[in-house]
Ligand binder design. Sequence first.
Ligand SMILES: [Zn+2]
Length: 398
Amino acid sequence: MTDVFDRLDDINLIPVIGGSLLRLSLKDKEILGKAYSPTNENSVIKLKNFLINPEYSARDFKKLTEEGNLLKDRIVFTDSGGLQEMRFGKLVKSPEEILKWQQKYSNIGFALDKIPFKVNKSLITGWTFDEINFDKYGEISKKRIHDALKVRTEYNNFKYYAIIQGINYDFYKRWKNIIDQPGIDGWCCKSPSDDPKDLVQTAGFVMSELDKPVHFLGVGKMTKTIVLIYMKKYFKHKISFDTNSYNVGSTGRAYYLPFSFNYRDFVISGGNVGVYTIGGETIDFGNFDFCSCEACNSIREIQLHHPEKYEEYIGPLISMHNLIYEVHTINYLKRIYKNGAKMRDFAKNVFNPKTAERTIKLFDFIDDVNKHGYEAAKEKWKHLFTKEIKTTRQGTLF
Ligand SMILES: [Zn+2]
């Protein structure tokens, strides 16, 4: 098998495959003689790269792998399941056990670290940055990485990424200096908030300080994704980023309109199949005949010939439609990312004028980081950045 890094593209969208899509995969054979899961060899929609979270999906994914329907040339990313420690206060699996599982079932595994955040009880799902114990948590993470790497036996077909924690450039750098050690093949980074202008700081750190492939955790929104793709022309290593925003199909039956590049314009189900309420007015979208993707074809087929299956499959199929739409958008950006003018055109076409203007300023910031270094760029654009983010509500801390 070719080395994992040779099989990755320069820019890689990594959808998170969880819950409903994995379960759908397991039932594929029963459904209308067709496979609807994007992870399967015989699926109507094929997805080469994806991420699973062993904490939630280990059993289903193991079963799926053993049944042998998965795409042959896939690259599977696996999270470490770090969330378990935040939820239950202790590790359910040791770093060694997690690495063994990762190298058996996946191609790129993220290290299990000690997260420098504590649960903030005043928020429903919030965490507060634990600045006091930051270095201590870094040392624990370093040891966990070291312990895990001792049981590693696969190198060509499995890569190991360590996660860089922190809330800004200086903390990222401090954490990286603590945990860095031989055996780490790549880095994971993440933004301290859902705001693209905070992610751009992380991108500046990546450009200035890192010299290995990088995966960005929990990127999701297009306003964030585009910043990373813009940065890529200055970063010589491969980048990847995960998303599960397409999954709004399963969770809320939200459907990205295929002919509208404006990400604000998706519609939310009012509860009834194919009937949507926008701004208090009800519109019947019928059989989704305004999209010809494989998922929408399947929606129509189920509507016509298997109406009894509709309720069960409509959510996951809308998710797949959204995913196809995202994949196509990223495929386009992969073609144009080196051309600054084309990227600015794209931002103007995709976003509302205010967001487009902000996005283009972030591009300018990235250009300045490349030209004058991070400190000088930060000084020039300091009005762009929020003061300091110490509390976060985002679900993807890890
Ligand atoms: Zn579609």
